[in-house]
Design a protein around this ligand. Structure first.
Ligand code: PMP
Length: 416
């Protein structure tokens, strides 16, 4: 009998993978807590929360139980013309926890669609209010917002977008605001034509775990707000505790008008996404004229099982034990950064909440860096799943990760 990996090689096409060059894939048969287990039962510490999704550890019995109960009762129903309790309960529960005064939730399926919804909402918001010329979008250099066309358009033009650049809509890119760099202040920006700005609050993820100088970001956002530009916080990665606060936007003085969420929303168990907005945005769509409707939706919008998982994840997230775990990871990361700085080890060791990152090379980030493969393979041999972003090596462990497991992750990072 062929192995899973051999059968995979005949049928499947994996994300972000050059199959001609890829090392054989590890087949994972089960997962529990912070560990994945391969076919031979060997544990692998999931130091990147399986693409930043898993919050409370894999196979959490409480979330699994809630998913099971919901699947038996109502697994799915069209969300146009119909509603259900899990969606309403999730909105009632989550909205008060969001940064700012969010009052409406729009469901979709993944981080990219949450971003598409946000951009469409912002553009049509201005159009519905008789400002059709306000349709340009501002985004930040090095941003990553997803792989669909709208999300690619507002992301850094580079390796990922290169074959499609000719098909992406134009976007005004602004330098990352830093203490030194305030070039975004240039009056050449066509402020009155800009509908919205999209940004990853506190830290840019796929762009290399870049952590902002927050007062500079705040200045940029204040300037945008003053110009009537809607602020879209992409919390797809940063949401649900990753940066130490429930949402990263809580650490920024200027609050968003729209928030995108996915990944940790269901505790990382099921694909689901949300775009939250403030009431005045929703109100711009409340008109007798049917052309002012927000014509967007997906087959699995507000899937009840996903909602049940999200509610269960919130129960766990708000529990004191989880908050304690987050504090532990934040503190350990901070101490490690201080230690590495004092030892002069690594380039730019840094942390933001439960995210710890460093650079292995002092040059422009290169996603195709071959050292990345070697680092990943070395870590796998030591029982830890790391997946560097080009020159950036980072960890973002699930909140189930304990002190001993954190120490193992740090030790493996120190072997680089
Ligand atoms: N926004 C951000 C900030 C992300 O980090 C990601 C995914 N890494 C996305 C959007 C896209 O999410 P998805 O992969 O679920 O489409």
């Amino acid at each position: 009998m062929d192995s899973i990996s051999q059968r995979d090689g005949r049928f499947l096409w994996h994300p972000y993978t050059q199959h001609r060059l890829a090392a054989p894939f590890t087949s994972i048969t089960r997962a529990k807590g912070s560990y994945l287990f391969d076919e031979s039962g060997t544990p692998l510490l999931d130091a990147i929360s399986s693409w930043w999704t898993t919050l409370h550890g894999h196979g959490h019995p409480y979330i699994a139980q809630k998913i099971h109960e919901q699947a038996l009762n109502l697994e799915h129903v069209i969300f146009a013309g119909f509603t259900h309790e899990p969606a309403v309960n999730l909105a009632g529960r989550l909205l008060p926890l969001l940064p700012g005064d969010m009052s409406r939730l729009f469901f979709s399926d993944n981080g990219s669609t949450a971003v598409e919804v946000a951009l469409k909402m912002a553009i049509q918001f201005h159009q519905n209010q008789g400002r059709p010329n306000r349709k340009k979008i501002l985004a930040l250099q090095h941003a990553y917002h997803g792989d669909t066309f709208g999300a690619m358009s507002v992301s850094e033009r580079g390796l990922f977008t290169q074959p499609f650049n000719g098909h992406l809509f134009p976007v005004e890119f602004v330098d990352i605001p830093t203490e030194e760099n305030e070039s975004w202040k240039l009056p050449s920006l066509p402020w009155e034509e800009i509908a919205c700005i999209i940004y990853e609050p506190v830290v840019q993820g796929a762009g290399g775990m870049r952590m902002y100088h927050l007062p500079s970001l705040e200045k940029l956002l204040t300037q945008c707000k003053d110009q009537g530009i809607l602020l879209i916080a992409d919390e797809v990665m940063t949401g649900f505790g990753r940066t130490g606060t429930l949402f990263a936007s809580e650490q920024i003085q200027v609050l968003p008008d729209i928030v995108c969420m996915s990944k940790g929303l269901t505790g990382g168990t099921l694909p689901m996404a949300l775009t939250a907005c403030r009431e005045f945005i929703y109100e711009a769509f409340l008109q007798e004229d049917r052309l002012k409707t927000f014509f967007h939706g997906h087959s699995f919008t507000a899937n009840p099982i996903g909602c049940a998982a999200a509610l269960a994840s919130l129960d766990l997230l708000q529990d004191a034990a989880c908050q304690e775990q987050i504090r532990l990871i934040v503190t350990c990361h901070r101490q490690k950064v201080e230690q590495w700085k004092s030892e002069g080890r690594f380039l730019q060791p840094r942390s933001a909440g439960t995210i710890l990152a460093l650079e292995v090379e002092d040059k422009e980030n290169n996603y195709l860096n071959t050292r990345k493969e070697a680092i990943m393979q070395m870590a796998l041999k030591k029982g830890v799943l790391l997946r560097p972003l080009g020159n950036t090596v980072y960890c973002m462990p699930p909140y189930s990760t304990n002190q001993e497991e954190l120490d193992l992750i740090y030790r493996v990072m120190e072997m680089i």
